[in-house]
Design a protein around this ligand. Structure first.
Ligand SMILES: NC(=O)c1ccc[n+]([C@@H]2O[C@H](COP(=O)([O-])OP(=O)(O)OC[C@H]3O[C@@H](n4cnc5c(N)ncnc54)[C@H](OP(=O)(O)O)[C@@H]3O)[C@@H](O)[C@H]2O)c1
Length: 341
């Protein structure tokens, strides 16, 4: 029987890539849900590149985590106690539950109900979490791909990128991936349906891009920004679309890094450069998950999870994704059941 809620809190803001030195344990008594709330027992913590932004001062679209507060994180957990008639004990939920064993959650913290029969409990934070849903919505609604167009994807073998690649291929596009290792290139070609892929660490230059994209790029699904994006932008076609889904290659925005000016290309090629934030689209989750689940069930949508075990692993897991060490959606498994209350 435990009366303790193990928590990982932000100790101080990183200057660049976050690592274990920026966090500390701060255990507290088990919280109790109030009216309208549920107590969630976390099973899988989601490790997301966006967490670097969530602990930075200049995040741009939300308040940053305050030092001393539980690390902001999405997670899948089971309802352990409920004072909200909408949620039953034992039901799995996906939401803002943080790096901790237990979370008292109110309605707005819950993003989706998890249906393990659609794959697994962990899939609720993986394919059916923000990565799969963002991949689907950003590609189809901002990119509006047409058959025959070239779609180029950065972080091509990752949780978002691998789904973008497979959906673009399904829609009849020529799909090109940029990723950080030869092994991931192999995965892109053999598993995720890319027509061509390149390890950007082994030479991303004009000649390489001309070979990868002989007809230019119609849709650039950009998850990295930085030098990778600088190399790709000159290859955008007339009326091309650049989807800004992430900026994983930029270690800090304070001060903002310098880059080639893009305005002339936007003007002369009539480009559309649009940002996407999944949290603007929470009402779409259920419908998109149903579509992803259909494809997954019929075996035409592959998704990899890279799971480590133990709450204490979370900070190092976050650092590892900025070294490109993850092989799919990074998750931390911390429980299988509801601990005794
Ligand atoms: N806008 C939204 O709503 C939304 C939602 C979910 C995710 N995202 C974004 O989508 C992107 C991918 O997220 P994910 O969860 O699918 O992660 P992921 O791709 O599974 O893992 C992160 C990957 O980023 C790449 N990376 C890390 N540091 C890099 C660097 N300095 N330069 C270039 N690449 C680097 C690595 O891949 P390589 O080994 O291939 O370099 C790493 O494996 C992130 O930018 C994330 O913020 C956005």
């Amino acid at each position: 029987m435990t009366a303790v809620n193990r928590r990982i809190v932000l100790d101080h803001r990183p200057d660049g890539i976050p690592g274990p030195e920026h966090f500390r344990r701060d255990d507290q008594p088990l919280p109790e849900p109030g009216d309208g709330q549920v107590l969630v027992c976390n099973h899988y913590l989601s490790i997301d590149p966006a967490q670097r932004g969530w602990i930075s001062a200049g995040i741009g679209y939300a308040d940053p985590v305050t030092p001393g507060a539980v690390m902001r994180a999405l997670a899948v957990g089971a309802v352990a106690a409920t004072r909200n008639a909408k949620y039953a004990i034992g039901e799995y939920l996906y939401g803002w539950f943080g790096w901790q064993d237990y979370c008292v959650a109110a309605e707005p913290q819950v993003i989706a109900r998890v249906q393990p029969e659609q794959g697994s409990v962990s899939a609720g934070a993986g394919l059916y979490g923000i990565c799969g849903v963002a991949a689907y919505l950003a590609l189809t609604e901002l990119g509006r791909p047409r058959a025959g167009e070239t779609v180029l994807v950065s972080t091509a073998a990752g949780a978002v990128g691998s789904v973008v690649g497979q959906i673009a291929r399904r829609l009849g596009c020529r799909v090109v991936g940029l990723t950080g290792s030869d092994e991931k290139v192999r995965q892109c070609l053999a598993e995720f349906g890319y027509h061509a892929a390149l390890n950007y660490r082994s030479g991303l230059d004009d000649a390489a891009l001309r070979t990868l994209c002989p007809h230019g790029v119609d849709i650039f699904f950009d998850n990295t920004a930085g030098e990778i994006a600088d190399a790709v932008w000159p290859f955008m076609n007339l009326r091309g679309r650049v989807i800004q889904c992430g900026t994983a290659a930029v270690g800090s925005w304070d001060p903002p890094p310098t880059a080639p000016r893009r305005e002339r290309a936007v003007l002369s090629k009539r480009l559309r450069h649009e940002g996407f934030i999944i949290f603007d689209h929470l009402e779409r989750f259920a419908a998109v998950i149903a579509q992803l689940a259909r494809w997954h069930r019929e075996g035409t949508l592959v998704f990899h999870e890279d799971i480590v075990t133990g709450l204490e692993c979370a900070p190092a897991a976050l650092a590892s994704i900025f070294r490109g060490e993850n092989r799919g959606k990074k998750l931390v498994h911390i429980s299988d059941g509801t601990r005794a209350l």
